[in-house]
Design a protein around this ligand. Structure first.
Ligand code: GCW
Length: 703
């Protein structure tokens, strides 16, 4: 034994110590707190100032985090001890208890903000985590632990942060029967058999994860909403979820159905201008607030994909939004009204039809007509969470309306739980895109939106989202909603270190894979702005080039034997480019300035058209699919290089996922390239398409 111990070199010992104590299942996600090989010196005591559940959570989290990261258990004291301590509370509570140090304790004045730094009081040096309020103190506790975990904490650190926007929401698409629309991580953590689960442990754990990234509200039911939710019977059940969330500062929000006054309210109508309807919304909302005084508000999907809406009575979306918003207003509740409105019965034969136009066409005329507690919730792109879309023109078109940005964390069109696709780089494209709103430069989407909503759809699976690496997307959503200036690399480095530990090879490898993954997925699914080329009329997984064509859903690419792409120009196409401000419109309208990666989103061109890169469109399609599929194989090998550096369970889970992805990428490659080869009749210059020496096709086999 002794000989074996002596034989271990120092780095090996340090390395072994850096392993998490228990096998990780993914349930703690980025709050795993793996032991640091070299922890910074930290006090042995924690003191919480303030009596709220939020402050209790902050203190408990500090104890848990410091224990994991350093092995030491913080001792709780109820007042300032004669030794160094970590002090956490609102700035006001800290100042009240420590009047002599009041001048050194400060936090920014806006809600949910914090300042963390080391303050000398008497002979002791205390780490003071001061929130502008209790929620800010909780966020500060998580930020402190993040700084320690990522090696960023020193005694000189002075960290002041406040969230960019006040409303940072998650949308869950959970059905009351426990299934989840577009959820890939198992059944609902909230619902089972038509009722709220009796055991809400996972809901509480979820709220903790959300709080750690600054999320402050979460809808608990599908936007394709069940009207029964607003009946009295459910209110005590929803209140139980609110209770599970509350210690973490996450407020419940509810998706509602616009037909409810009629379908469950017994009225003859749901006309938003009917006073009885307004009264119904008011009384249901009052009843909810009586049980859940901190309810965040509602999300409403109306006149979209079969949901009823104001069009039934010839009313506008503003009429619909305002009748609900006025019921929420006395309670300071918000209404997120979805801008995802389009017809899914569009005539494919009409070349002027274009689903991408729909959100702008529906909402632009209503700018300025929405009440002040309404946010129009706009998906990042004009279609539907495809692998690449331009920023929605609606962001630049509503100067007198509150806008919320909707991003999709659950990887519906993005490989579901089976493909690694880290979405922060994609989201940054939207966030940083300058809309030239009002003709001004310097109006990127991130500066226009006043709220964020992330469709997440976690489930009961141990790792929440169906695989470990997808957790990085939820982490990135929260971090960007808090601070949209963070870089994808910073986010992915942080996430990896907190999730898998600080071994430099692990961090650099995982981060590099994640940062590469979206581009690769685009390469083997739908490059050049073609969108995802998946089975859009079914489960949105797997390759199906033709599925988007010849139906009413409008996710068309119009590939035929001559060429490919949707002509969305003003000159000859659907006129969609005209929805952008003039300088942006010009860039997309003109073939010479339209970026290659969106070419086929905006233009219909012959297969022989030459890209700015010099390649023809058809050759690029071939090349990108071969490149993408080959790239995924390198992911498998890179991951194998981490064997022994990551706990076995998660190592094996991710390896299996990447191996599957590599196989799937080949299937995508062959199906898409073959389809375009047959359609265009133009051969691959490298002669790869359709030639697979050594491969035995199932069709040619005999049983
Ligand atoms: O992309 C589509 C999804 C639907 C979803 C809809 C929406 C909840 O396929 O499942 O419905 O978007 O965002 O409302």
């Amino acid at each position: 034994m002794r000989a074996a111990a002596q034989a271990l070199s120092l780095p090996a010992v340090v390395f072994l110590l850096s392993f998490p104590a228990l096998p990780a299942t993914g349930r703690n996600a980025w709050l795993e707190y793996p032991r640091l090989p070299q922890a910074p010196p930290l006090p042995a005591v924690v003191v919480a100032f303030g009596a709220s559940p939020l402050i209790a959570s902050a203190q408990a989290e500090l104890i848990r985090g410091v224990k994991g990261l350093t092995g030491n258990t913080l001792r709780i004291e109820s007042s300032l001890p004669p030794e160094d301590a970590i002090l956490v509370g609102s700035a006001a509570a800290l100042q009240r208890s420590l009047p002599s140090a009041a001048a050194q304790i400060a936090a920014p004045s806006n809600p949910e903000a914090f300042r963390i730094r080391t303050v000398t009081i008497g002979r002791s040096r205390h780490i003071v985590i001061a929130g502008s309020d209790d929620r800010g103190a909780l966020y500060g506790a998580f930020a402190f632990l993040r700084a320690v975990a990522t090696g960023a904490w020193t005694n000189e650190t002075d960290l002041t942060e406040s969230p960019r926007v006040p409303a940072r929401w998650i949308n869950q698409w959970d059905n009351l029967n426990g299934t989840i629309e577009r959820g890939y991580g198992g059944p609902s953590i909230f619902w089972e058999n038509g009722h709220v689960r009796s055991d809400l442990t996972r809901a509480g754990e979820y709220a903790r994860l959300l709080a750690s990234i600054g999320i402050n509200a979460c809808t608990i039911d599908n936007v394709n909403a069940d009207p029964h939710l607003l009946t009295g019977a459910y209110i005590p059940e929803i209140a139980r979820i609110a209770e599970a969330f509350r210690p973490w500062g996450v407020r419940v929000a509810v998706s509602i159905d616009f037909g409810s006054p009629q379908s469950v309210g017994g009225l003859k109508t749901f006309d938003p201008l009917d006073p009885a309807v307004a009264q119904w919304w008011k009384s249901r909302t009052d009843a909810l607030y009586a049980a859940i005084p901190d309810l965040a508000g509602f999300v409403l999907k109306a006149d979209s994909e079969g949901r009823v809406g104001p069009s039934a009575y010839g009313r506008t979306h503003a009429d619909a939004a305002n009748v609900v918003a006025r019921a929420l207003a006395p309670h300071h509740g918000l209404l997120f009204y979805r801008g995802f409105v389009y017809t899914h019965h569009m005539d494919w034969n009409d070349p002027k039809n274009d689903r991408a136009r729909a959100a702008y066409d529906n909402f632009k005329p209503l700018d300025g007509k929405f009440d002040s507690n309404v946010f129009v919730q706009i998906k990042n792109g004009p279609i539907d969470f495809q692998v690449r879309e331009p920023a929605s023109p609606l962001f630049g078109a509503l100067p007198h309306t509150n806008e919320a940005l909707e991003l999709q964390v659950t990887q519906e069109y993005m490989g579901q739980a089976r493909h690694m696709v880290f979405l922060a780089p994609q989201w940054k494209q939207t966030l940083d895109f300058d809309m030239h709103a009002g003709g001004e430069t310097g109006t990127p989407v991130k500066s226009i939106v006043r709220a964020w909503a992330g469709v997440t759809n976690v489930g009961m699976d141990e790792n929440w989202l169906g695989n470990h690496l997808s957790q990085a997307n939820l982490y990135a959503f929260g971090r960007l909603a808090w601070n949209p200036d963070l870089s994808p690399k910073q986010i992915s480095d942080e996430w990896t270190t907190q999730t898998f530990g600080s071994n430099p090879l692990v961090v650099s490898t995982v981060s590099a894979l994640q940062l590469d993954s979206w581009k690769t997925y685009e390469d083997y699914t739908g490059p050049l702005g073609l969108q995802t080329l998946t089975d859009i009329v079914g489960n949105h997984f797997g390759v199906a080039v033709e599925a988007s064509e010849r139906n009413g859903w409008g996710q068309w690419h119009r590939a035929d034997e001559h060429g490919v792409g949707m002509d969305r120009t003003v000159a000859t196409g659907t006129g969609y480019t005209g929805q952008y401000s003039p300088s942006v419109a010009r860039t997309f309208e003109d073939l010479s300035t339209c970026p290659d990666n969106l070419l086929l989103f905006f233009h219909h061109v012959p297969y022989t058209y030459r890209l700015h890169s010099g390649s023809t469109v058809i050759q690029y399609l071939y090349d990108s699919h071969y490149r993408g599929a080959a790239q995924v194989e390198t992911y498998v090998r890179a991951w194998q290089g981490l064997k022994g550096l990551i706990d076995d369970q998660r190592y094996r889970d991710v390896l299996a996922q990447l191996e599957y992805q590599a196989g799937q990428a080949t299937v995508w490659r062959d199906a898409v390239t073959m389809w375009f080869y047959k359609e265009s009749g133009i051969a691959d210059s490298q002669n790869r398409v359709g030639r697979y020496p050594g491969r035995i096709e199932a069709e040619s086999m005999k049983l």
